[in-house]
Every structure is written in structure tokens, then in C-alpha cells.
Design a protein around this ligand. Structure first.
Ligand code: SF4
Length: 499
């Protein structure tokens, strides 16, 4: 038995998509609820939890490499524990403890809530515990969460996916779509707002099929409108919708709900209709472009972003040129571009016509050049505009350049200079600035006239002050500027989406 007085420390290592980032927030919440504390020095944590992702090729090699590095620590300290969760755990199950017998706990994507009990049981029984459920028993958002940010939060509205895209491992690992009830979602958002959160991102594998489980096709649009009724909630975003299920009632709700931000992240994946069919994605490029046209008509300032896969098996030069054509027409503000890589367990991994690496690389570079050019042109068109930013935690680069950072309503990243003598905003406050420069991935606002620059203090800024005071003894009413914290630009750890 371990000493009851010593608090055990943990480190959670996260791999993969936003779903995993949010799951890791739940894991840390659960661990803290069970009395564990975050390790100040991760090399000395008593417990390391891997929240894995099976989406990337070589994900398992990476995991076993990481586990191998920890084997020695386990020999030196038998109290040290290792837990492996997430998609790779769901896929490999007992194989993990066979390959790495020094692992203490393996838990599936539906077993997050069991982690503290499994750690305890493994310690008590001195035996590895493997718990993998095939389907969800309780919606995971009911679990305690430790958020990365004081002013922004993810809110899960659904998990799982009813689609069967041939490159994607999610349906087999996360299961069928399960929807959370609207009342429960709204209650969570209200509680977050009461806590000082001003921005939420509704999260689901396929947000616009939300409601399929309880038979309401208009449920997602209704949810957006209901978010508009929550006082103090400044910004609402969502990720990701599927083009096949995108309906006009969602566009209307976006346009008519002032706190729903003028952004849309909608994965295109390929511009070639033939490849979309091979991917088993049921929309075609015309439908996709039609949605963008209607979104831009209703929300002229909308910044639209996407995901693209280059080099899907059997992709010809003509197919690739179709992707280039649709990208050119779509005028994306940003694209997350991926080189296709075989994901074991997916139908596409079995397709015969896998492309040589050099072909994929060459196409990828051409596509990157195009998406960067368009993103830069779209950013240049912002110069001269006056925009409102949600101020982010100060970053290292900012302290070098004496700038602060924030995100616009359209989610563009902006580095801004404080006009001489102006009030210094806190992370989570809103500021008004004028854009003076553009790069492909960010904007600059370096000379906002003092009469234009405006700080709107928010409950999120107050929550930041309170958090600062709690962590380092600074009085809560002192609007401290610099925290020395890592950059957290408007979203809780924004990652590249996986789908
Ligand atoms: S890519 Fe997205 S929509 Fe397709 S199966 Fe995966 S999670 Fe579902």
C-alpha cells in the first residue's frame, strides 16, 4: 500500500484530434476529482496516461516506443503506473499488455470514467487491468472536466459517427452516433458561462446530424439558436459539420444568431467526385460549392476552412487537378492538408492502388502552395478592417515583440500592439483593433488609433484575474498583464481536425 499522505501526481499525454483533446480534459478532471495532482515535473509523475489516436499510420509504433522508454522507470519505482486509453487502446486491447507487460491499465474510448478505479484496482491486485466496452454507457460529458482555458471551452454534443468514410477509423472505434439531450448541453453551457467562459465550441464527429438519435432533423439549428439566448455567451463555434448533411436551416440559424461566429470548418477531403465516391462520402463537389455560396450569401464575412487529403489510393493527376480547381473556387481562409497514409483497419488500407510516396509528396507541395497563396490573399483583404478580438493568453513570441494576440470573430489569429497609454486587456477580454498587415497564417494590428482601440472587460477576464490570484498570490483585482503562460489562442488547444 502507498503512503496515504502523499498526493500522487499525474501526466496525461494526448495524441490526435479535438475529440482526444477534450477527452484528455475529462481524464484530468477525473484524476483531480480522485485526489491526484498534475505533476510539476512530468519526468517525475507517479502516473502517465496515454490518450492515443489510431488515425495516423505508425501510431502504434510511436506508442510502443513511448512505452518502451517508460519501462525502466517502472523497474526503478514499482509504484509508478502507466495507463493507455483512446482509439488505439480500443483497437489493440489486450495486445497492449502482451507487448508491454509493464502497462497497468488499458481502457477503451467508452471507459474513460473508469480510469481512477482501474488504477486503484491495478495497484491493489498488482495486476494489469483491461476494460473495453463496445458501446457508451453514460455520456462522457457528465464526467468532471479540467479545462485548459479560463475563457473558452469545448462542449460535446455527440460522439461516434454513422458514416463509413473508407479512410477513417472513427466509426469502428467510437461506434454509432450518440446524441446528448439539448437540455443537458444547454445546462452545461450555462454553468460554463457562470464560471466566466465566453466562448464555446460545440463538438461532434458530425455535428449537423445531431438529433438523429432522438428523431429531430432540425435539432442542430435549434441548438445554435438556443445558444443565442444565453446571456454572457459571446462566441459560439462548432466543429465539424459534414457536407452531405448540411441543410439551409443551419445557415439561417448561423446568420440570425448574433453570437454564432461567422466561420465554418467543413471538410472537403477531395474535389474529385470519383475519389469522393471511393472515400464513401456521399456529396459531390457541386453540392459542396453550393453550400459555400449559400453560406457566403447569408454571412458575407464568413471565413471558411477545410480538411483535404492528398494521394488517396487510385487518385490520378486529373483527380488531383479537380481538388485544385475546387480549392481555387472555394477561397478557403485556411486548409488542413494531409497526405493520405494507410490506417490499418480501414477499408481504404486494403485498396490496391496505393500511390508512391514521391507522387503524394509532389501533389501535396503543389496544393500547399495554392492554399497558402489563397489564405494570404484572403488575409490581405482584411487589411484596413476594424475587428473585435478575444484576447488570448500571452505567448513567448508576444513578449519578445511587445504584442498581444487574439482571435477575430472569424477565428483569424491577430497579433496586436497596444496603443501608447491604452488599457491592457486580460486574456478573455474583447478588444477592437484595426488590421494593418497580413501573412498567410496571421494578421497584424500594429497601429490602431487610440480613439478606435477599445477594451471590453468580460467575466472571462475577471475569471482570469481570479485564476491568477489563486495560482500565484496576485490580488484578484489587479489586472495583471503577463502571465508567462503558454499560448492558448482563443480555443482550448486548437489542433488539426482529423476528419
Ligand atoms: S471522416 Fe468524419 S464523417 Fe467520415 S466516418 Fe470519419 S468521423 Fe465519420
Amino acid at each position: 500500500m502507498t503512503a496515504a499522505t502523499k498526493q500522487r501526481t499525474y501526466e496525461v499525454r494526448t495524441f490526435g484530434c479535438q475529440m482526444n483533446v477534450h477527452d484528455s480534459e475529462r481524464l484530468t478532471g477525473l484524476l483531480e476529482d480522485a485526489g491526484y495532482v498534475a505533476a510539476e515535473n512530468p519526468d517525475q509523475a507517479d502516473i502517465v496516461v496515454f490518450n492515443t489516436c489510431a488515425v495516423r499510420e505508425n501510431a502504434d509504433n510511436k506508442l510502443y516506443g513511448n512505452l518502451g522508454q517508460l519501462a525502466g522507470r517502472k523497474t526503478e519505482n514499482p509504484d509508478f503506473q502507466i495507463a493507455v486509453g483512446g482509439c488505439l487502446a480500443q483497437k489493440d486491447r489486450e495486445v497492449i499488455v502482451k507487448k508491454a507487460p509493464w502497462v497497468d491499465v488499458v481502457f477503451g474510448t467508452h471507459n474513460i470514467g473508469s480510469l481512477p478505479a482501474l488504477l486503484e484496482r491495478a495497484r491493489h491486485n498488482e495486476e494489469a487491468q483491461v476494460e473495453i466496452a463496445e458501446s457508451l454507457q453514460h455520456f462522457p460529458s457528465n464526467l468532471p472536466t479540467k479545462r485548459d482555458s479560463t475563457y473558452a471551452a469545448w462542449v460535446s454534443i455527440s460522439v461516434g459517427c454513422n458514416n463509413t468514410c473508407t479512410f477513417c477509423i472513427v466509426p469502428s472505434l467510437r461506434g454509432k452516433e450518440r446524441d446528448r439531450r439539448p437540455g443537458e448541453i444547454l445546462a452545461e453551457i450555462e454553468a460554463l458561462v457562470a464560471d466566466g467562459v465566453v466562448e464555446i465550441t460545440l463538438l461532434g464527429q458530425n455535428v449537423n446530424t445531431y438529433g438523429v438519435e432522438f428523431g429531430d432533423k432540425g435539432a442542430f439549428a435549434k441548438l445554435l439558436r438556443a445558444c443565442g439566448q444565453i446571456s454572457g455567451l459571446e462566441r459560439v463555434r462548432f466543429t465539424s459539420p459534414h457536407p452531405a448533411a448540411f441543410t439551409d436551416d443551419v445557415i439561417e440559424a448561423m446568420a440570425e444568431t448574433p453570437n454564432v461566429m461567422p466561420t465554418l470548418h467543413m471538410p472537403l477531403q477531395s474535389g474529385s467526385d470519383r475519389i469522393l465516391k471511393e472515400m464513401r462520402r456521399s456529396y459531390r463537389s457541386e453540392k459542396y460549392l453550393g453550400i459555400l455560396e449559400r453560406v457566403r450569401k447569408a454571412i458575407p464575412d464568413a471565413a471558411i476552412t477545410t480538411d483535404l487529403i492528398v494521394g488517396f489510393p487510385g487518385e490520378t493527376e486529373d483527380d488531383f487537378l479537380e481538388t485544385m480547381r475546387v480549392v481555387e473556387e472555394s477561397r478557403f481562409a485556411a486548409c488542413y492538408t494531409f497526405q493520405y497514409s494507410k490506417r490499418p483497419g480501414t477499408p481504404a488500407a486494403e485498396l490496391p492502388d496505393q500511390l508512391p510516396k514521391e507522387v503524394v509528396q509532389e501533389r501535396y507541395e503543389r496544393l500547399l502552395e495554392l492554399v497558402n497563396r489563397i489564405a494570404w490573399e484572403e488575409n490581405q483583404a482584411q487589411v484596413g478592417r476594424t475587428v473585435e478580438l478575444l484576447v488570448a493568453n500571452e505567448g513567448r513570441k508576444d513578449s519578445n515583440t511587445n504584442r498581444m494576440s487574439g482571435r477575430g470573430r472569424d477565428n483569424r489569429l491577430v497579433h496586436f500592439e497596444l496603443p501608447a497609454g491604452a488599457e491592457r486587456p486580460r486574456p478573455g477580454d474583447l478588444v477592437t483593433v484595426t488590421i494593418t498587415g497580413a501573412a498567410p497564417y496571421h494578421l497584424l494590428a500594429d497601429a490602431t488609433p487610440v480613439e478606435v482601440f477599445e477594451v471590453r472587460r468580460t467575466a472571462a477576464g475577471d475569471a482570469w484575474d481570479r485564476a491568477e490570484a489563486a495560482s500565484c498570490g496576485i490580488p484578484a483585482d489587479g489586472a495583471s498583464g503577463s502571465s508567462g503562460a503558454s499560448v492558448n489562442l482563443g480555443l482550448p488547444a486548437l489542433r488539426k481536425p482529423e476528419h
